[in-house]
Design a protein around this ligand. Structure first.
Ligand code: TXD
Length: 317
């Protein structure tokens, strides 16, 4: 069987980390596209030179020519400008909508059958711009945010309970950012929901609330520490989990920005919900019943996403 081909659009911090993880996991060969093809080529060569040490054979190349992404099975997009200190994700909209429109053209022309994962911020709006501009089927175009947000939530819960991250599950809904909605009653330690753990005296509601707030601000906390640029190790790992589920038809249930057509009472909007990812792309949207408080928080989050999409519409038509 021929190796899979994965195109990474953007060879910055996340792009390079994605390429490294793809090599280590032997998911396929990599083509990294960037407006700085030398950077893409340098990272590709550097990572390939770790192959003999780590024992992987993935071929890696850098390019500045979209023709080189032809036939890719998966495309992961990080192209754009990162968030700088003092800049909200939303400030990025005008800068990055134009970049994503260009990328959409390249993907549509050279690999319209690919499964596409958008990472560029502001995430929910950029995935919308990509799908609109490329015309690719909505079940093949998703945004990465929920896996990262829930991973952060899982880590903070595991630290609070002093248990392995492996035994903590988390459920998050909504847009990426301050309005994301972590559902504590569906977040568990070995199947025990967080509200029960509060009752059992493992933690307090105040501490859970603080963890929820820290999760929602998870990206900002790292931006502040790094001083230049934003998180990249965990975002890359999160997108790889999505790509792997598609390539291996694992059918994992992962929270992703997906196109809603009435689920959760929302129509024609990309927003974070749990989905099943398999060889068919988004094979199913998991729709649970929300209580009044959760529904209100989700609707607020959808409103914030809609505002970003409206801003993008003005910029890219
Ligand atoms: O949860 C999430 N979705 C995110 C999103 C979590 C963390 C970071 N997130 C966003 O990902 C972040 O706000 C940025 O919008 C993207 C990429 O983050 P990264 O840290 O990788 O940014 P870099 O290092 O600046 O890399 C961006 C690369 C850089 O090499 C540019 O030269 C390139 O994008 N770039 C382009 N490539 C191709 N085509 C165009 N037009 C282009 N413009 C810039």
């Amino acid at each position: 069987m021929a190796r899979k081909k994965i195109a990474l659009i953007g060879a910055g911090n996340i792009g390079g980390t994605l390429a490294h993880l793809i090599g280590l996991k032997e998911l396929g060969d990599v083509v990294m596209f960037d407006v700085f093809p030398g950077v893409a080529g340098g990272k590709a060569l550097d990572i390939m030179q770790s192959g003999p040490v780590d024992g992987f054979d993935s071929a890696m190349a850098g390019t500045g020519d979209y023709a080189d992404i032809a036939g890719s099975d998966v495309v992961i997009i990080t192209a754009g400008f990162p968030r700088m200190p003092g800049m909200s994700r939303d400030d990025l909209v005008s800068k990055n909508a134009g970049v994503i429109a260009q990328v959409a053209e390249g993907v549509k022309t050279h690999c319209p059958n690919a499964f596409v994962i958008v990472i560029t911020n502001p995430l929910d709006a950029m995935v919308w711009v990509f799908q609109q501009k490329s015309g690719l089927p909505a079940n093949k175009v998703v945004g990465m945010a929920g896996v990262l947000d829930s991973s952060r939530f899982r880590l903070f819960l595991a630290q609070e309970f002093n248990v392995s991250v492996e035994d903590v599950t988390a459920f998050v809904l909504g847009g990426h950012g301050d309005t994301m909605v972590p559902l504590t009653r569906y977040s568990t330690v070995a199947g025990i929901p967080v509200p029960d753990l509060v009752k059992m005296g493992w933690t307090t509601q105040e501490k859970v609330d603080a963890i929820v707030a820290r999760t929602a601000n998870g990206g900002g906390e790292i931006v502040k520490l790094l001083e230049k640029g934003s998180a990249f190790y965990a975002p890359a790992a999160s997108a790889i989990a999505m790509a792997e589920s598609y390539l291996k038809d694992k059918k994992r249930v992962l929270p992703c920005a997906a196109w809603l057509t009435g689920q959760y009472g929302v129509k024609n909007l990309y927003v974070g919900v749990p989905v099943v990812i398999g060889a068919g792309g988004v094979e199913r949207i998991v729709e649970i019943e929300l209580n009044a408080t959760e529904k209100a928080a989700f609707d607020k989050s959808c409103g914030a996403v809609q505002e970003l999409i409206d801003a993008s519409k003005k910029l890219v038509g």
